[in-house]
Design a protein around this ligand. Structure first.
Ligand code: HEM
Length: 447
């Protein structure tokens, strides 16, 4: 088994830091599907074959936990579902997952559609003035609005929504900078950045704790996501969540939910702007399905081509482009020995381009996701939402949101991207363009 040589002490850290995606892509091209990577004194493995991935994320998932890097998210996410392990994770997954069952998501569709409808008015203003606007920020705004409204219903005052939005943004940007730092010492220095982070974390705590307290005090059951989480009971013990656990789950859902969705929507507009035939096919579908009226939740079933477009965007630009796990005990993955304490790295960005699975991998082709083509492909070759027991709890929710948003915006507006069409990528946490996507919109011209 061969891999890149790397620096005698640092291993491949310098290459990873300089150009993570480029380096890992060339490693996979040169050395194949199971590649040792020297990192300081230890060796991590890059796994790029669905069989290896299935082993780690599904078959023997109990032997693999999230890496120490996740601790960098702890000040905001606490012991929320994204980070927790063992019994706590099992218990919380059982409590949170039902909130995203099919009927619950259908109930949230109306809120989603309302937020998008309100946002159409913003784009109407952009179209009237002809101004260039920051599409990346705009998508971030609308995705967070969906997250906040589905979580808190209409009970969140505007100033608090803005404060949460600002604080999440600050926390996200600073975490992204911290992610590749080897130690956490610098987090404790009295720098301006650390103060800003602390302040953002304080704001989030204050507002979310206040809302939880008020809800508990009112005693009334509410139909939003928070209400469902408050009412959730463990089927064995009949216990609900503590206030602290609720706070952690609320922030986990808000943070995991909006940035990923927003980044993917940005990529979708960018990629569609260069693929007029695919765009027209989507628009024909939306015109037919919605017939000029506002959508309702059930319309989602008629937006099937739009779903395939979303899936193809997620294949080529997976917002979460890698997951890592550390082995607890010695293991063997497809004949290769893995020692306890070893980290394995799975990159969606690479697996989704593995030429042994995907024909002509760089080509944008939503029809790869037609049902008859999907059945012949391993589930572990396509993992924008992860796989196995720790798969994203809200993949159906996110997919639906993206389907509705794209269908509703694109049937009404022509979108012209005014920034780079093939932007450099930043991959600190999510895979996004290095610089924000800029755009102009005009009312759709029918051909
Ligand atoms: C395009 C949008 C999204 C993408 C690409 C995405 C991707 C992912 C991925 C890859 C994982 C697995 C991480 C791992 O195995 O280490 C994950 C887990 C998770 N996601 Fe998502 N996600 C999206 C939207 C959402 C939304 C909207 C929410 C909440 C409303 C959410 C909440 C979570 C949570 C709580 C977990 C942890 C699940 C667990 O470990 O049990 N995600 N997501």
């Amino acid at each position: 088994m061969r891999g890149p040589k790397g620096h005698p002490i640092l291993g491949v850290i310098p290459e990873l830091r300089a150009d993570t995606l480029g380096f890992l892509s060339s490693v996979a091209r040169t050395y194949g599907d199971f590649v040792p990577l020297k990192v300081f004194m230890s060796t991590a493995y890059l796994l790029n074959h669905p069989k290896h991935i299935e082993h780690v994320l599904q078959t023997n998932y109990r032997n693999y936990r999230k890496t120490k890097m996740m601790d960098k998210f702890k000040p905001i996410l606490g012991e929320g579902l994204f980070i927790s392990e063992d019994e706590l994770w099992t218990r919380q997954r059982k409590l949170v997952q039902p909130s995203f069952h099919r009927q619950r998501i259908a109930a949230m569709a109306g809120t989603m559609i309302d937020v998008i409808k309100t946002h159409i008015a913003t784009w109407d203003r952009f179209a009237a003035s002809g101004e260039e606007f920051n599409l990346s920020l705009d998508m971030s705004y609308v995705a967070l609005e969906v997250a906040l409204r589905t979580m808190f219903g209409n009970s969140l005052p505007r100033e608090e929504a803005n404060a949460i939005s600002e604080a999440l943004h600050v926390a996200n940007e600073i975490t992204a900078k911290r992610i590749w730092e080897m130690t956490r010492i610098s987090e404790y220095l009295p720098t301006r950045e650390n103060r800003a982070y602390k302040e953002a974390a304080g704001t989030l705590d204050r507002i979310v704790n206040r809302i939880i307290r008020d809800r508990r005090a009112s005693g009334a059951s509410q139909d939003d996501l928070l209400g469902v989480l408050i009412d959730a009971r463990d089927s064995d013990t009949d216990e609900g969540m503590s206030d602290k656990q609720l706070r952690d789950e609320v922030l986990t859902l808000l943070l995991s939910g909006h940035e990923t969705t927003a980044v993917m929507l940005g990529w979708a507009f960018l990629m569609l702007s260069q693929r007029p035939e695919i765009l027209e096919r989507m628009r024909d579908e939306a015109d037919l399905a919605l017939a000029g009226r506002d959508p309702v939740g059930e319309d989602i079933r008629s937006l099937d081509y739009t779903k395939r477009v979303v899936q193809e965007v997620a294949r080529l630009k997976p917002p979460i482009w890698w997951v890592a796990r550390t082995a607890i005990s010695d293991d063997t993955i497809c004949g290769e020995s893995i020692k306890a304490g070893t980290t394995v790295l799975i990159s969606q960005f690479l697996v989704h381009r593995n030429p042994s699975v995907w024909e002509d991998p760089e080509r944008f082709d939503p029809d790869r996701f037609e049902a008859e083509r999907v059945v012949n492909r391993s589930k572990f070759a396509y993992l924008p939402f992860g796989a196995g027991p720790r798969v994203c709890v809200a993949s159906a929710f996110a997919t639906m949101e993206m389907q509705f948003l794209l269908a509703m915006m694109l049937r009404r507006f022509d979108v012209q991207i005014t920034s780079a069409l093939d932007p450099e990528m930043s991959n600190l946490i999510t895979l996004r363009p290095k610089y924000d996507i800029m755009a102009k919109v005009t009312p759709r011209r029918r051909h």
